[in-house]
Design a protein around this ligand. Structure first.
Ligand SMILES: *Cc1c(COP(=O)(O)O)cnc(C)c1O
Length: 381
């Protein structure tokens, strides 16, 4: 392998060589579903688009270099990547997952459990004793998501992986929130890393995609086999557009994170605000771990106001009430009724998701304009 390259350079300079016919600066879109064989005995590198496609491969190569992976699969959504990971789990095997994981992950694991396909234990991953207790049962897969969404709790990836490995479990990290620019879980002992590329990696709120990358080549083989067998691979156009969006990921993340830091500090100083969850704040319970494990505190935060969350939301004029994250524009939501709807109220309560918790994904707008909008909200509560 060559020296570790800077992520901004990797993203910006990906495959200017990919158009030998005309010398275009960016890769062409290979939309063809099928490819010509030189002869019936000679299988070409690319034969059928569900199985292999050059646009997917280019984006996988970029993401794999950023994450330090051997390779992986690009799927039609983040959830398709989660399903692909769960297809590696043998029938009725045990899976350990965070009790405050992404609502869609919770729904998928629970749904498979309800059908008897696996058994799941949901634990507080910030409590290593609870993780160790769950691992007393033979376990096939340990699912990590850090920072957690929406409470921004930080799981110690290296510590959980160190518990899971001797127990013989594969370890996966959902790295959607930090992006590979702020956290590289494979370097901390994980086997697999998952992204919803729908979010910051594409960054333009205009398509769905997912990625599942593996540290070892043997596991990459399995991912390719299952992604093809189950038809989970992404479309060529989405892969092509996602690489286009990802070119500016480093710029966007720097800006979004700077905005989020300014907003978190501003909210924390306001008397109308009950609590702010942001790993960059010194009073965050896992501030030191976040500073050690992540390259930065990220663009997501959550908070509660001392008053009506509904009136707060009504008064906003710039920040949009919508349930995605990581894109160019700032979005706010109430996880209890929106992103975490798939989690029953008891499970929400156990995960610490209060009904009036507000989650903010900070975009690339001017920080002053965002703060003025939040001030409008606070004036209305
Ligand atoms: C959005 C998201 C997913 C699911 O991704 P989709 O592309 O919407 O299927 C998984 N994990 C996290 C952390 C997410 O934010």
């Amino acid at each position: 392998m060559t020296d570790k390259r800077d992520p901004a350079t990797i993203l910006s300079s990906a495959r200017p060589d990919a158009d030998p016919a005309l010398g275009g600066l960016t890769p062409p879109l290979w939309a063809s579903d099928t490819f010509r064989w030189p002869s019936a005995e000679d299988k070409p590198a690319y034969d059928y688009g569900r199985t292999v496609n050059p646009n997917r491969d280019m984006l996988v190569d970029v993401l794999a270099e950023l994450e330090g992976a051997a390779g992986g699969a690009l799927t039609a959504s983040g959830q398709a990547a989660a399903l692909l990971a769960l297809l590696l789990v043998p029938a009725s095997a045990h899976v350990v997952a965070p009790h405050d994981c992404y609502g869609g992950t919770y729904r998928l694991i629970r749904g498979l459990e309800d059908q008897g396909r696996l058994s799941a234990t949901f634990v507080d991953m910030t409590d290593l004793d609870a993780v160790a207790a769950a691992l007393a049962r033979e376990t096939a897969l340990v699912w990590i998501e850090t920072p957690s969404n929406p409470l921004m709790r930080i799981t110690d990836i290296a510590a959980v992986a160190a518990l899971a490995k001797p127990a013989g479990a594969l370890v996966i990290a959902d790295n959607t929130l930090p992006t590979p620019l702020r956290q590289t879980p494979l370097a901390l002992g994980c086997d697999l890393v998952l992204h919803s590329t729908t979010k910051a990696i594409n960054g333009h709120s205009d398509l769905f995609g997912g990625a599942l990358l593996a540290k070892d080549a043997a596991l990459v083989e399995q991912l390719h086999w299952w992604a093809n067998a189950a038809g989970l691979n992404a479309g060529a156009r989405d892969a092509w557009e996602t690489l286009r969006g990802a070119r500016t990921l480093a710029l966007r993340i720097d800006r979004q994170e700077a905005n989020a830091s300014a907003i978190a500090r501003w909210l924390a100083a306001r008397p109308e605000v009950e609590i702010v969850h942001y790993p960059g704040l010194a009073d965050h319970p896992h501030h030191a771990l976040a500073a050690r494990q992540q390259g930065g505190p990220g663009f997501m935060l959550s908070f509660r106001v001392k008053g009506s969350a509904a009136r707060f939301l009504d008064a906003l004029a710039l920040i949009t009430l919508a349930s995605s994250l990581g894109g160019h524009s700032s979005l706010i939501c109430t996880p209890a009724t929106m992103t975490h709807r798939g989690m029953p109220p008891e499970a929400q309560a156990e995960a610490g998701i209060a009904p009036d918790l507000l989650r903010l994904s900070v975009g690339i707008e001017a920080a002053d304009d965002l703060i003025a909008d939040l001030a409008r909200g606070l004036a209305a509560i």
